[in-house]
Design a protein around this ligand. Structure first.
Ligand SMILES: Nc1ncnc2c1ncn2[C@@H]1O[C@H](COP(=O)(O)OP(=O)(O)OP(=O)(O)O)[C@@H](O)[C@H]1O
Length: 576
């Protein structure tokens, strides 16, 4: 529950004011039965109308005060709990933004959404309840016990047994609830994931006629949630009637014992009535405490899930070195890396190559050979296990993560555009970017024609998921966005795969014209794209199969030659 501490500090004044009002409200409640006893014993029994009216008015006044206190504490409780919820969600969001890739791989997005919404809502409810009933129940309960004991020590013996029995029942129900509630939250995670996956691939699901399969998957998760939900509520379903039964038996016993004491003239009628009233207050408080414990148990499970986000690994920080040159040299020295969540096999193994500042490197290799992994390492999403990467001759870990990412622009394999205008998407790295730069980047990415053919040109909207653009159009906007960013290293990760060969060539030529001295890495499966680069790196199963110019590789790399033959034609027609 440590995560509440920092927020508690911020809201402590409002929190204490609210609890003060809760305390005052409880006092008002506690006074009622004693005044009632006076009305019966001093007013009704003595037939004194003035006494009945006097105490009656006092009772009304105290009730009114109690209502005022309750209103104030409700307002304050809402303010504090909603403010806390807003702060908690903001902090969680910030933390998730700084997640290391390993953390992001580990926590599925469906689970993160549940934690950000359901679990925080549970925490908000807990904080709200803490100020509304958490203090009220113990104060009213303990106060009632003291006043009841003062009224009749003998009847208090029955009270003691009833309260003890109820406390034991609550303890057992709490133990049973915790595990079940945690399972409910994980079932919600799973359901969210199924929904999310379906929504992301909705067209594919329909195209493959897999609706039935997806429906079944959803139904299974939905049923699982239903079962776990029922199991978690069964605890309350079983225990609530038992508690009510114990409470009713207790009241019956007090009435019975009270009547015996009354006959023996050891107690007055008003006092028995007040005792029953206090007993009801005590038992209501205990029921409230049961709710508190249920909320507490649920919140404990939710808090642990929120806590997991807060302690997740963040992007590594680094040293303080700064980039000096205009373009960036890139050196890999015996670098090996395997994904923390992967099979344990190296995604890149003992990789060494050197790319001078301003040069273009093409990385080619079959699928799964480690091409994208190289990009993630250059962006410091992951750290190499052995060996090192040098940027401008300095170990990548000696720069801050922010510096490295500022110096690199990337157009990734999975094109992702954001809802907003085309201009906003291209100028995404620098919102105040001049329209001229945006248009130049669009021209270089061969995107201007289709942008201008749209009704509102650069101000045309991109809908969520960029559903109103074709695959090739999305890729071109994504390339323009990478080009427009002021960077020293440009990485295009298979980002011209949806373009025809002519447009692909035009894009490559324009990239160099746009910023001639920018180091560029082109990741590709196409030999035609790789051929024109200053250097080509051939990867296969994470290992370097060749490195050099097109001519060098045609002589020395059988993998490269095979790729060439498969894509371009027979070797005897090849001019090396
Ligand atoms: N997040 C990840 N967690 C675990 N393993 C991964 C992860 N990403 C990639 N891998 C594994 O690392 C290896 C290299 O993957 P990578 O994406 O770098 O290949 P690639 O050459 O870019 O492939 P493609 O051309 O298909 O994009 C593959 O075996 C892949 O299964």
């Amino acid at each position: 529950m440590n995560i509440y501490k920092r927020y508690f500090r911020k809201y402590r004044v409002l929190f204490f004011t609210a609890t003060t009002f809760v305390f005052l409200e409880s006092m008002a409640d506690l006074l009622q039965p004693t005044i009632m006893a006076r009305i019966i014993d001093e007013g009704v029994r003595e037939k004194s109308v003035e006494t009945v009216i006097g105490y009656g008015l006092l009772m009304l006044f105290i009730t009114f005060l109690g209502a005022v206190f309750a209103t104030v504490r409700n307002i304050l409780a809402s303010k504090v709990s909603q403010g806390f919820g807003k702060d908690l969600r903001a902090d969680l969001f910030e933390k998730i933004m700084n997640f290391s890739e390993s953390s992001a791989d580990r926590m599925e997005s469906g689970s993160l959404i549940t934690r950000m919404t359901n679990d925080t809502a549970q925490a908000v409810q807990f904080v709200n309840g803490m100020m509304r009933i958490f203090f009220k129940a113990p104060v009213t309960g303990i106060g009632s016990m003291i006043l009841a004991a003062a009224l009749s020590p003998k009847l208090s013996i029955i009270l003691f047994f009833v309260v003890s029995l109820v406390a034991v029942l609550i303890y057992i129900s709490m133990k049973m609830s915790y595990e079940r509630f945690a399972k409910v939250q994980y079932a919600i995670d799973k359901l969210n994931l199924v929904i999310q996956e379906y929504l992301l691939g909705i067209r594919l699901v329909k195209a493959f006629g897999r609706q039935n399969f997806e429906e079944e998957k959803f139904a299974k998760s939905n049923e699982d949630l239903e079962k776990k939900g029922i199991r978690s509520q069964l605890v309350i379903a079983y225990f609530a009637p038992v508690l009510s039964l114990v409470v009713s038996l207790g009241i019956a016993l007090v009435l019975y014992a009270g009547s015996i004491l009354f006959v023996r003239q050891e107690i007055e009628v008003g006092k028995v009535a007040a005792f029953i009233s206090y007993m009801t207050q005590i038992l209501t408080s205990i029921i409230m405490i049961t709710n508190i414990f249920t909320t507490f148990v649920r919140t404990k499970a939710s808090t642990e899930r929120i806590h997991e986000i807060f302690v997740a690994e963040e992007d590594a920080e680094g040293g303080t070195k700064e980039f000096s040159s205009e373009a960036m040299s890139v050196v890999f020295e015996n670098l090996s890396f395997s994904y923390p969540s992967g099979s344990g096999l190296y995604a890149l193994e003992n990789l060494s190559f050197c790319l001078n500042a301003g040069e273009t490197l093409a990385v080619i290799g079959p699928t799964g050979s480690g091409k994208s992994t190289l990009v993630w390492l250059l962006l410091r999403f992951y750290e190499g296990k052995e060996g090192r990467i040098l940027l401008d001759g300095i170990d990548i870990r000696d720069y801050t993560v922010e510096q490295v990412r500022n110096a690199v622009s990337v157009s990734s394999q999975k094109t992702m555009l954001f809802s907003g205008s085309i201009h906003e998407n291209i100028a995404w790295s620098t919102p105040e970017m001049s329209p001229d730069r945006v248009e130049r980047a669009a021209r270089a990415a061969q995107a201007e024609d289709f942008i201008l053919s749209m009704k509102e040109g650069y101000e045309s909207s991109i809908y969520q998921g960029a559903v109103n653009l074709s695959g090739g159009q999305k890729q071109r906007v994504s390339i323009a966005r990478a080009l427009a960013k002021e960077s020293k290293l440009l990485i295009l990760d298979d980002s011209t795969s949806a373009l025809d060969a002519v447009t692909d060539r035009k894009v490559r030529e324009a990239i160099k014209e746009f910023k001639p001295r920018r180091t560029t890495i082109l990741i590709t499966q196409r030999i035609g794209t790789a051929m024109g680069a200053d250097k080509i790196l051939v990867l296969s199963q994470g290992k370097m199969e060749g490195f050099g110019t097109h001519g060098d590789l045609m002589k020395n790399s059988s993998t490269y030659r095979d790729l060439y033959v498969s894509q371009i034609g027979e070797l005897d027609k090849v001019v090396i």
